[in-house]
Design a protein around this ligand. Structure first.
Ligand SMILES: Cc1cc2nc3c(=O)[nH]c(=O)nc-3n(C[C@H](O)[C@H](O)[C@H](O)COP(=O)(O)OP(=O)(O)OC[C@H]3O[C@@H](n4cnc5c(N)ncnc54)[C@H](O)[C@@H]3O)c2cc1C
Length: 483
């Protein structure tokens, strides 16, 4: 008879991906009465990674992510599981108004085809070119980027091919900067926006897809039309999510979050794993989930899987700085009834865009004050990160001043630097993941997750954590003596 034993799982990295995966593993094994322990190793003094909320003299600033779209069922399930539904904070109505800098002027992004036709966003020829999308045939070899990396197309190439150069430069380019801090000319469409590939593949084109999906909705069918939804946070900011994850994981009585524990190496001994860092070496673990960024996971795997480590190290990250600026309301001439603005590369500015944070969520600035959050740097402008804080703030101010009619100096400045901020999914990313997936088959018990791989958003991390929780549980349940 096999004696039941305590089975151990290590999760490396206590960002949202690691914490949500840890909780899912605990929940899954809890259901089968699991005799399982989970240890989360976090390098920093507190968990959360990019989800951190700073409080400073009545200002509430997000370190990284500002919120998430409320359209991902996995995130909503997690929110309910954590008892956080009451603390959800949807963005205000002002967020419907979003602006692009076009020829030096802020133009509101139209939200309906009619408004788009009337807008001065694109010249008439460019609008005509866009309309031609309806008649373009679909590209061949769509959906083969993982198997045939040569068929991987950049976001810019896709936009230009289907909707024209003007559209790609004025609308797609800033959107990619706003989401990825990335360069539309560099990022893989299939990896960054897989839904676009699917729409072209399944419907022959984007307009045809829109028409088909609208018809289906009219007939009462549910459609997955894409990442729509309302930007949402919590009353206490994104830190609420981390605090609730930390608390709930702790309450399981079967898990520990070890902070100040930067993992340096992973070793494998007789089907088990050992985790080491400065002053600690812990194991054996039956399974390890590495939820640190790919460049860190690469270091962990240098000894045990040098080929995989080399693949992971190829995933680049864009540096990004958040420049938070606080003003008295009277010092801002703009009506502030807006989400914010994005800046296309061809406008030749240093900022990527700016969120009007205090218009998006209530309670982010003291009464009578305004909180702006500009993003600077990104893949298109990494060297601007070399500027010291004073110069970075001045540069940001000089660009925002005419756009938002700012008068006088800010009363609060806070700069948050992310030297390796957001993973950049270059063409070949899906092929790289395929290769890494094959490598992992030879390393049973090792799993990789996090925003470096299959989606950079909080929603993507949470969605993957659900599936991974099930996979890890299945793996553990298959081991001798494990629940
Ligand atoms: C400026 C900025 C704005 C963003 N805005 C949004 C947004 O509005 N909406 C959205 O959905 N997404 C946004 N994102 C993306 C989102 O924040 C991230 O994708 C998400 O938080 C990543 O979670 P993660 O757990 O994969 O990684 P991380 O948050 O990077 O967590 C990794 C964790 O691993 C730890 N770690 C690192 N090395 C080690 C080690 N050796 N040993 C142990 N632990 C280690 C880190 O300390 C960290 O806690 C933004 C990102 C940035 C940078």
């Amino acid at each position: 008879m096999i004696t039941p034993r305590i089975c151990q799982v290590a999760v490396l990295g206590g960002g949202v991906a690691g914490l949500a995966t840890a909780l899912n593993i605990l929940d899954q094994t809890g259901k089968s009465g699991g005799n399982l322990r989970v240890t989360v190793f976090e390098a920093d003094a507190t968990p959360g990674g990019n989800l951190r909320t700073l409080h400073q003299d009545g200002w509430q600033l997000e370190w990284g992510a500002n919120g998430f779209l409320d359209s991902e069922p996995a995130t909503l399930r997690l929110v309910r599981r954590l008892g956080l539904a009451e603390r959800l904070l949807p963005s205000s109505d002002a967020t419907r108004h979003r602006f692009l800098l076009v020829n030096g002027r802020l133009e509101e992004i139209p939200t309906s085809p009619k408004a788009f036709l009337k807008s001065g966003m694109l010249p008439p020829g460019a609008k005509l070119r866009m309309a031609g999308e309806l008649f373009l045939p679909a590209r061949r070899n769509l959906g083969r980027a993982a198997e045939e990396p040569a068929t991987d197309e950049t976001i810019y190439e896709f936009g230009r091919r289907r909707l024209g150069r003007e559209f790609a430069e004025v609308m797609l380019d800033p959107m990619v900067k706003g989401i990825f801090g990335g360069d539309a000319r560099q990022l893989s469409l299939a990896a960054a926006f897989p839904r676009m590939v699917e729409l072209e593949k399944n419907h022959g084109g984007l307009f045809r897809a829109m028409i088909a999906l609208a018809r289906r909705r009219k007939k009462g069918h549910k459609t997955d039309a894409g990442p729509s939804g309302t930007l949402t946070s919590f009353q206490g900011g994104m830190a609420d999510l981390v605090a609730a994850l930390e608390r709930t994981i702790g309450q399981s009585g079967r898990a520990e979050i070890r902070c100040d524990s930067p993992v340096e190496t992973l070793t494998r001994e007789q089907d088990t794993w050992h985790v080491s860092g400065p002053g600690f070496s812990v194991g054996p673990f039956d399974a390890v989930v590495d939820a640190t960024p790919a460049h860190t996971a690469a270091r962990h795997l240098t000894d045990v899987a040098p080929g995989t480590a080399a693949e992971l190290a190829r995933i680049p990250f864009a540096p990004i700085a958040v420049v938070a600026l606080g003003f008295d309301r009277e010092a801002v001439g703009h009506n502030l009834n807006s989400f914010g603005l994005l800046v296309p590369s061809r406008e030749k500015r240093d900022i990527l865009g700016c969120l009007l944070t205090s218009s998006i969520f209530p309670g982010r600035a003291p009464d009578g004050k305004v909180l702006l959050r500009a993003m600077v740097g990104g893949a298109t402008n990494p060297t601007v990160m070399d500027l010291d804080d004073e110069h970075l703030a001045n540069l940001t101010l000089s660009e925002l001043r005419p756009m938002l009619h700012l008068k006088g100096a800010p009363i609060m400045v806070r700069i948050i630097r992310h030297p390796r901020g957001i993973a950049q999914y270059l063409p070949g990313h899906l092929a790289l993941l395929r290769q890494v997936g094959q490598d992992l088959e030879r390393l049973p018990g090792l799993f990789l997750t996090g925003s470096s791989y299959r989606g950079i958003a909080v929603n993507a991390c949470v969605k993957e954590a659900e599936a991974l929780g099930r996979n890890v549980t299945r793996y553990i349940e298959g081991l001798e003596g494990c629940p």
